[in-house]
Design a protein around this ligand. Structure first.
Ligand code: GLN
Length: 428
């Protein structure tokens, strides 16, 4: 095709898709026993677009079950290991896609991000990941977790590759009613425009207590680089930040409990039914056997917050707080063009880290969840290495549908940081 002159922007580029994307004729398991034998009869819209752009799918990647998690440990197929240190988690839920890129198996992979699942694993594995604005990429054919938050995006080694891949994945799709009708800009064209005169906001509330010195140092380095490149640094306030995690962990499980109701043994995936069982027996046995502990926990929480008597106190309240969080960003973007923050509060943690309760694990999402609740785009790029030699990510957050400025600024940062470390095993 290249010789013929009919090549697309990704002709011949090997690509891996997260196990959440439907791929015609190939297993789509979503990291779950429930879908262990599920073969989709069609491709997700973004999968079709990438195919049309010339990319060649070489495989599907492991992930946290139904995209719920921050460490990839909730997959029914077992955890993904981090190539920087096999004793460390790769982040989640798009951990398999992150590692496929970090370990140089493929130059690009797809991920989905509901509360951080592209950005946090990108941060933990030293690669680049973009969560576009909600509506930029079609959700059609992506196994739904929390539909008002789910977005697809690319995971790559460089900002340029992310720009090219996002260009191929984005665009209006009439099959997704929340898909934006905007034209797709040439994201690659903005690389190198520079940041002179741009205003970069630094949210006060992201200097959280207990943040490690190395994260704080990487953040300060990013600030200094953008300042030296001609950007104006503006302190801003996002006062409702502290409510983002509790809000997310009501809304996401609520939507998940509704979305996952379809796995009942009738239409999708596995069915457990014994001689003499009635319909309810089948539902109960199928769901008990097919879902793992984290998925069950979310379904229970979600069902609870949506139930009569609790709906107003939890779900409706969370929706109101979500609006306030979105308003915080609107206010901030009257003072600045983009926000710079760390991606995650730590480097990749070890498999030996055992949170004393599930909420401790949820704290990982503290810097990524607010953006998701507001539907805004965010990108994570490598900001440096921790003292243990693990990657640390920096996040840029943009206004709605301003991926171009996000990509341009990320590129300036990337060029100045010059991150060229590789996992030791890969370098050898
Ligand atoms: N870690 C978050 C969660 O467990 C985010 C997951 C995601 O973005 N898919 O819900």
């Amino acid at each position: 095709r290249i010789a013929e002159g009919s090549a697309g922007p990704l002709t011949g580029i090997p690509l891996a898709h997260k196990g959440v994307f439907c791929t015609e004729g190939v297993l789509t398991t979503c990291g779950s026993k429930m879908l262990a034998n599920f073969v989709s009869p069609y491709d997700a819209h973004v999968v079709s677009l990438l195919k049309a752009a010339g990319a060649v799918m070489v495989g599907k990647t492991n992930m946290d079950e139904f995209a719920m998690g921050s460490s990839n440990e909730s997959s029914w197929y077992g955890p993904v290991r981090n190539p920087w240190d096999p004793a460390a988690v790769p982040g989640g839920s798009s951990g398999g896609s992150a590692v496929a890129v970090a370990a140089r198996l493929v130059p690009a992979s797809t991920g989905t991000d509901t509360g951080g699942s592209i950005r946090q694993p990108a941060s933990f594995t030293g690669i680049t990941g973009i969560k576009p604005t909600y509506g930029r990429c079609s959700r059609w054919g992506i196994v739904a977790f929390a539909s008002s938050l789910d977005q697809a995006g690319p995971m790559t080694r460089t900002v340029r590759d992310a720009a090219i891949s996002l260009g191929a994945m984005a665009g209006h799709d009439p099959k997704d009613s929340t898909s934006a009708t905007l034209a797709v800009p040439d994201f690659e064209a903005v690389l190198g425009q520079g940041v002179r005169g741009l205003r970069v906001g630094i949210p006060n509330e992201y200097r959280i207590e207990g943040m490690s010195q190395e994260i704080s140092d990487a953040w300060d380095k990013g600030i200094a680089i953008l300042k030296a490149a001609g950007a104006e640094i503006v302190p801003v306030s996002l006062p409702h930040t502290k409510y983002a995690l509790p809000t997310y962990y009501i809304i996401a499980p609520a939507e998940a409990s509704s979305n996952l109701a379809r796995y009942d043994g009738v239409r999708f995936g596995s069915r457990v039914m014994e001689e003499g069982d009635n319909l309810n027996d089948m539902y109960e046995k199928t769901r008990a056997a097919g879902f793992g502990a984290e998925v069950k926990r979310r379904i229970l929480i979600g069902t609870y917050v949506l139930s009569a008597g609790y709906y107003d106190a939890y779900y409706k309240k969370a929706q109101r707080v979500r609006a306030l969080i979105a308003q915080d960003f609107k206010n901030a973007f009257t003072q600045c063009d983009v926000l710079l923050t760390p991606t995650a509060p730590s480097a990749a943690f070890g498999f030996d880290y055992k949170p004393s309760n599930p909420v401790e694990m949820y704290l990982n999402d503290v810097f990524t969840v607010p953006t998701s609740l507001a539907g805004l785009p965010g990108i994570s790029i490598p900001g440096g290495l921790s003292k243990d030699g693990l990657p640390l990510g920096l996040q840029l957050i943009g206004n709605a549908f301003c991926e171009e400025s996000l990509i341009n600024i990320a590129y300036t940062l990337e060029q100045a940081i010059g991150f060229n470390a590789k996992p030791e095993r890969i370098a050898a």
